[in-house]
Ligand binder design. Structure first.
Ligand SMILES: Nc1ncnc2c1ncn2[C@@H]1O[C@H](COP(=O)(O)OP(=O)(O)OP(=O)(O)O)[C@@H](O)[C@H]1O
Length: 347
């Protein structure tokens, strides 16, 4: 388990920068934990505090009950062997082959030639680069370079893998294959993965939990499916919007959405649901129960690691009182709902 307790980091130079302002987080063993934030939010500083490449100004970094902030340099070097890291720009040694890049940490640790041969061969197979072992980094694609980075990070059998914008330099297709590899490593080897990114799609594709950071502060954290279906902070709402369109169509806005009910207006409601309940049975039950018309304006259903979540915007037509009753009924159901306003065209 990784516990960050009240971490602050101040860079002192000509201008003092308070990069982290009291971060507390717990990351469980075997999780894929995502930290998302915009440029300058403090993501890299935070992830580098986990392996103490960056020393927190205050606070504790506790990994499996050991507070890393209390260790000597020599003890830290020992602890870092259990923490692998991969980088946006791969950080490979250009004068070494793929095989020798992956062997490098093992050589430093004094492993025997036979042990290195066996370990590197296994890792090459895991990242599917066996046929590239004699190539140099310059002869590889971005995705292949990152695979080498991953194999090298795994050479010391780490418990934790830190990923610093690991897919930001890759195209969408290659990003997908690297994320699948990370997911596979997490499942097969049980390694805890902490991943920082500025892309919500990366969080959605593989993370179990997520925290959003802005201005050195965690604004919100939770299970990815919960955060996607019901983001609380403005920052998270913005990130969710970047991949799920929950905006009202422009045409509807033009019609004039009022916040006052009126006999000639219909109620516009947005529903957010997750899990087994979806829009169709809900709409059907409202129609049946109140004998009114409900039309589905638009919706979006998606999956996060096999859990379903979605948005639906519906228009409840008919008598004003029945609209209000129908909405009161919807409020009793296990969905998040909000009245977006009242639109003309009630009939
Ligand atoms: N070595 C340093 N010295 C001084 N200030 C720094 C240093 N490293 C980072 N900072 C500052 O700390 C703040 C957080 O930076 P950090 O790199 O952690 O953010 P980030 O979210 O990773 O951003 P990006 O996505 O652009 O890399 C920024 O204001 C940055 O300028």
């Amino acid at each position: 388990m990784i516990q960050l307790e009240n971490i602050t980091k101040t860079y002192s130079g000509k201008a003092k920068v308070n990069a982290l302002k009291g971060i507390s987080l717990t990351i469980e063993d075997g999780e894929i934990f995502g930290i998302i934030g915009k440029s300058g939010a403090g993501k890299s500083t935070l992830v580098r505090c986990i392996n103490m490449l960056e020393k927190p100004t205050e606070g504790k970094v506790i990994i499996d009950d050991k507070d890393l902030t209390l260790l000597s340099e020599a003890q830290l070097r020992e602890e870092r062997k259990h923490i692998g890291m991969i980088f946006q720009h791969f950080n490979l040694l250009s004068s070494r082959t793929v095989f020798d890049n992956i062997a490098f940490p093992l050589e430093l640790a004094g492993a025997s030639k036979e042990a290195i041969q066996k370990k590197v061969s296994d890792l090459l197979e895991l990242v599917q680069l066996t046929d590239r072992k004699y190539n140099y980094p310059a002869q590889l694609s971005g995705g292949q370079k990152q695979r080498v980075g991953i194999a090298r990070a795994l050479a010391g059998d780490p418990k934790i893998l830190l990923c610093d914008e690991a897919t930001s330099a890759l195209d969408p297709q290659t990003t997908k294959s690297i994320l699948e590899l990370l997911q596979d490593i997490n499942k097969r080897l049980g390694i805890t993965i902490v991943l920082i990114t500025h892309e919500m799609s990366v969080i959605k594709d593989i993370c179990h939990r997520v925290a959003v950071i802005e201005g050195g502060v965690i604004k919100e954290s939770g299970r990815v499916v919960d955060v996607f279906s019901n983001p609380q902070s403005e920052t998270m709402q913005e990130f969710v919007k970047s991949i799920i369109n929950t905006e009202l169509p422009a045409g509807l806005k033009k019609l004039g959405v009022s916040n006052q009910p009126a006999p000639d207006r219909a109620m516009l409601v947005r529903l957010r649901f997750k899990g087994s309940l979806t829009g169709d049975p809900l709409v059907a039950s409202v129609v049946r129960k109140f004998n009114i018309n409900v039309s589905v304006l638009y919706g979006n259903i998606d999956y996060i690691q096999n859990e379903r979540f979605g948005y639906l915007v519906i228009i409840i037509l008919g008598d004003m009182q029945k609209q209000a009753e129908a909405y009161s009924y919807i409020k009793t159901l296990p969905v998040k709902s909000e009245v977006l306003g009242y639109v003309p065209g009630n009939h």
